[in-house]
Structure formats: C-alpha cells, structure tokens
Design a protein around this ligand. Sequence first.
Ligand SMILES: NC(=O)c1ccc[n+]([C@@H]2O[C@H](COP(=O)([O-])OP(=O)(O)OC[C@H]3O[C@@H](n4cnc5c(N)ncnc54)[C@H](O)[C@@H]3O)[C@@H](O)[C@H]2O)c1
Length: 256
Amino acid sequence: MTHATTTPRVALVTGTASGIGEAVVRQFRELGHQVLAVDFNEQAREKADAVGAAFHQADLSDGAACRGAVDEALQRFGRVDILVNNAGIQHVSPIETFPEAKWRQIVDLMLTAPFLLSQACWPSMRDNGWGRIVNIASVHAQVASPGKAAYISAKHGLIGLTKTAALEGGEQGITANAICPAYVKTPLVDNQIADQAKLHGMAEQEVVEQVMLKNAAVKRLIQPEEVAALVAYLASDAAGAVTGASWNIDLGWTAQ
Ligand SMILES: NC(=O)c1ccc[n+]([C@@H]2O[C@H](COP(=O)([O-])OP(=O)(O)OC[C@H]3O[C@@H](n4cnc5c(N)ncnc54)[C@H](O)[C@@H]3O)[C@@H](O)[C@H]2O)c1
C-alpha cells in the first residue's frame, strides 16, 4: 500500500518477535524507516536482521529496561520519531483467583512501559517538532469480556494515556493514537484458541466461530498486516491532524 509520505523516519517498535509487531517492523522497513525492534525474546533478533532492522533485547516490564531501549535508539540513530507500543501478553482467570503477580506483570508491560517509553522519547520528538506515538490497544480497550481483568484494565488505561499524550503533544508536533483490534491471527490468539478449546471441550474451529467471532460482522480473523497498514498511516506525515483517537479494526464488533 502507498502512503502520502515517504520521509524516512526513525522508529522504535516493541514486541517484534511475532504477530503485529513483526508486521509493523516489516512495513516500516518497506517504507524506508530505520527501526529499532525491541523484545525480550531472542527470536526477534533474527526477524529484525531479515529486514534490516536493528534489535535490542529488553524485558519491558522493567522500567530501567524501557529507558535503556530508548537510550539505545538515540545512540544508534540520534533521534526517535515514531514509537509503537505493541508488546503484550494475556492471562485468563476470574477476578476471584487472578494472581496478583500476573496483574502487576500485565499492567507493567502494557500500561507502565508505554508511559515510560513515551516519556523517554518525548524530548527527541519535541526538539524535532515531529513525533508519532501509536499505541496498540484492543477492542478490549472499549468493551470487556470475563476472565481478562488485567488485560482489559491495562488497555482501557492505555486509551487514557493516548488522549493525555495527544493533548500535551499537540503544540509540539507530537500526535498520539490508539488502535483497537479484535482478534488478530497471531501466536497470542493461537494460544487462546487452544486453551479455550480445552476449557470448553470444543474443536478449535468452533472456538473461532462461536466464541471469538460471536460479535463480529465480518466473520474472519484479522491479519497482522492489516493492523500494520493502519500503524503506517498514523505514523505518516499525512496523519498530522489525527490525534487522541481510538481506531477500531474490530470486524464490526463494537458497531452493535
Ligand atoms: N492478536 C490479537 O488478537 C490482538 C487483538 C487486540 C490487541 N492485540 C495487542 O497487540 C499487541 C501484539 O500482540 P500479538 O497478537 O501480535 O502478540 P504476539 O504474542 O504475537 O506478540 C507479542 C510480542 O510481545 C513480546 N513481549 C511479551 N512480553 C514482553 C516483555 N516483557 N518485554 C518485551 N517484549 C515482550 C513477545 O515476545 C512478542 O514478540 C499486544 O499488545 C496485544 O495485546 C492483539
């Protein structure tokens, strides 16, 4: 797909070993952006190498590691223009038995890390008068489902962070937007399909059709490249007037 700008930028993308993050890195490289791919999984190094992106290993549930990732980007490229907060995990359990450690891990990775990474990238974006923050939220930033308290709370919080960053960045050339996908065909969802099939004693195809696509108007899973295309638009010059918004790619889920 083509975009109104091809200005080469420097991007930091988190959670790049698979799924949406991997597709975003690929898309950015096709557009000519320099990319620092950040992940705790070493497999992301090979994926980054394959498309000419740089790799930095970091566990982003740790605050110092978040700041270290941005320092690495600044040392390598001298600036950060685009930040894509994408790294995420899931844990399914009712509130009554939800482990505190899992809650903290999810909130640290999916809400605190986007805050710390935005904070650390801010001076570079402000000084250059141009910045794009794209937060990968979820349809679960708009609606809830049982069993996913930490994930849903972190994603709802991420919308609040996005709106605040948009207001603070408006005069500085910095935009912030969130993307809210329904189920995307990635390892994160493949694992959920397998778990739910076991839990409900259903075939995996039945889980997809009867559980995951129950509220969908378009009855299929989303491809990671479809999310990456919207990330590329929101990170482009063309999207300079678009900020503080939540962009649903949810197969029509929240239309009802
Ligand atoms: N797949 C979906 O259906 C879907 C739907 C809505 C939103 N999302 C969101 O999209 C984002 C990407 O999800 P995905 O489906 O591509 O998942 P994925 O499991 O394919 O990728 C997640 C990435 O995050 C990395 N990661 C996990 N913990 C980390 C840590 N502590 N430090 C650094 N990296 C870490 C993993 O190694 C992996 O590369 C997540 O924020 C997820 O919540 C996914």
